[in-house]
Design a protein around this ligand. Sequence first.
Ligand SMILES: Nc1ncnc2c1ncn2[C@@H]1O[C@H](COP(=O)(O)OP(=O)(O)OP(=O)(O)O)[C@@H](O)[C@H]1O
Ligand SMILES: [Mg+2]
Length: 453
Amino acid sequence: MSKIIIPAKPEDVTWTDDQWKAIMAKGRDILVAAAAGSGKTAVLVERIIQKILSEEQPIDVDQLLVVTFTNASAAEMRHRIGEALEKAINEHPHSRHLKKQLTLLNKASISTLHSFCLEVIRRYYYLIDIDPGFRIADDTEVQLIRDEVIDALFEDEYGRADNESFFNLVDSFTNDRSDEALQTIVQSIYDFARANPQPEAYLQSIISMYDVSAVEKIEDLAFVESLLFDIELQLEAAKEMIVRALEMTKLPEGPAPRAETYLADLQLIELLMKAKQDSWEALYQALLTLSFPTAKRLKKGEYDEELTAKAQKLRDNAKKKIQTLRAELFSRKPESFLRDMSEMHSLIVTLVKLVVEFSKRFEKVKIEKGLVDYADLEHYCLEILTAEVSSSGEFIPSDAALSYRSQFKEVFVDEYQDVNMVQESILKLVAKEDEEAGNLFMVGDVKQSIVRP
Ligand SMILES: Nc1ncnc2c1ncn2[C@@H]1O[C@H](COP(=O)(O)OP(=O)(O)OP(=O)(O)O)[C@@H](O)[C@H]1O
Ligand SMILES: [Mg+2]
């Protein structure tokens, strides 16, 4: 790993030590995750300013890519950089580097990701199949078109002969009066797919997730591996709690008779862990018959009440963890679980077909009207920047991407928690490749993340 070298913090600044580290750390990709309002944007702006003012490696503002979430924050950022430059010019009135920066500032790439995509498309539109006279549709206009497209699609589906699979889907996903719920689902899946660098592959992956035709045991399902990992963590956590309770029984005035109970608990949890190693079925059976022993009675006044209560609380929490596991994942027999998945599969196939058809029709209308929406901007941009996608799903940069890579010495991203996977792929294509020698600096708040496709 490359070393992170941090210069000493000047005395006259109010930055906390952590902020200062984030401002000055060098030589690799950095993601700063911190709470709302804790000064992430301020740190990002200060880092940009430090890069420009740096005496050892001064950077020109047009060698930066700064991605913000709104146009207003881009303008604000440009303004703050301008102010810092003016201040520096006052201090060093003869610096040609600083004066040059002021003139470059206006055309610096400080913008929303969509504006950056637009810039890429305007510069390289001839590399992809797009009419350069396109117009960006606003959200209301897009929603109107989407509504029309989906209404027409559903009408056609209702009108088709022998369309039982569609009617099954309608029955499963809608209430008696309206199929709006299903229309919403189709559009949500469409949006989720579009927030993915490879929407078609994403849709296929939904189908194969429910494809249990070749699956004999639950363990063969693709997503079960991560479930098992989570189960393992839950069991470990429960075990740890009981171990701590057991330790309390050994303390002076600890509830010694309870040691027997806690040892029995530990044995039960170890049995569950062993069953989990064997199979889902084994764990299901073990949980089915699981019953924790009644806690040993304690004579009143003989043991420390606080210790007793603490140990009891730990045990209660451990039991709760395991009971939740049972209720959430093992309430159904493994066979019926697989049967449900298999019934869902044909519905999902029909649902995905609808999404694909919606996507095609929506696309066609947009092309006819010469419109693009924001997701289109991202996808066209990604297409321009990608030479090919490797078999392992890696995006290989095109010459256009390489040219941005050499232009941008540093890439900054604010509000990283709201960056979707298409946007992330775009950023990775224009940032330096090697994470260890990376030039990508991102700040964000995971907890603040708004759920959006
Ligand atoms: N070390 C500091 N000393 C003084 N003021 C600070 C410090 N760090 C941040 N601030 C101030 O705190 C306020 C919030 O900072 P900022 O907008 O950068 O936070 P943020 O983490 O980006 O917030 P959000 O989660 O809303 O994006 C700003 O007015 C900023 O100048
Ligand atoms: Mg901020």
